[in-house]
Design a protein around this ligand. Sequence first.
Ligand code: PEP
Ligand code: MN
Length: 330
Amino acid sequence: MIVVLNETVDPALLQRFQISCNARVLVDGQRRIAVTGSSVTELPVEFKSLEKESFAFKSDIQLADSTYVRRRQFRIGDATIGDGKSTVVIAGPCSAESREQVFRTAQHLHGLGVRFLRGGAFKPRTSPYTFQGLGVDGLELLREAADHFGMQLISEARDASHIDAVIEQADIIQVGAKAMYDQGILRALGACAKPVLLKRHFGATLQEFVQGAEFVLSGGNGNVILCERGIRSFETKTRFTLDLCGVAFIKEHLNLPIFVDPSHAMGYAYGVPDLSRAAFAMGVDGLLIEVHPEPARALSDASQQLDFNEFSDLYQTLEQLAPAVGRVLR
Ligand code: PEP
Ligand code: MN
């Protein structure tokens, strides 16, 4: 349960509550709260003087539950994430590969009005024998390009060993699908103030996915974005299966912004525009789309990246759709 604490509480009593109910005390927005597991559904009488208000839950989805806070929103640059009206477009290559590739892509996107640049430097590859990313050099390159074009940068941390570098350089820290369960990353991100984009592991239920976000939220960082990027099903004709039912569930029951990544879900460029428009029409808070100057030569995820023309066409149709679906493209 979540107990919103009174402005003045007896510190010794609070400490006893923490010990007896395994409660964690943190500041969430304007409120100082204590969070216990969801098995606690009522505050024991001896602790009642601590409580201003409290919320009980059926599961350990608590800080992300919309009955506690209807909507979490926050600003990144000049965009508000999660305001219920804006859909942010994040685009860029799967991996930073070279200065030329990163700058050409950023220039093209900036020319269209895209404000958020993506690119991986620490790639979580399925095989150890494929391109693993440029590491710190790639991160610095992406930062330089983002600064040059006045864009916000999102880049992923593969594991906790380089999390500090990613926190320092990126404006949004991406936790990839395979790292969704990495508690070293989740705990480090809970302790920082930067926005986090948490991707759903392809084998994770919605419960497990959101509980991953609860690790960051309960660490004291309320700036968490969920990203649906496809789950594994019996289907093999597409890379993964985009769970738009899960997106609808998240919109209805949770307070976290939800983004959709059609590129990794589909695995093939041809399906990315349709999936982007479908997700946009659903009113997602953001789209994460892979774009590369020459997709066929990409060092990772070559089959799913859009080339510049394909992305321009898609972006134009999103602009046309925006008024019809009541969204503002950011
Ligand atoms: C990526 O965004 O390039 C990526 C590796 O995505 P995912 O973690 O969803 O596979
Ligand atoms: Mn990729």
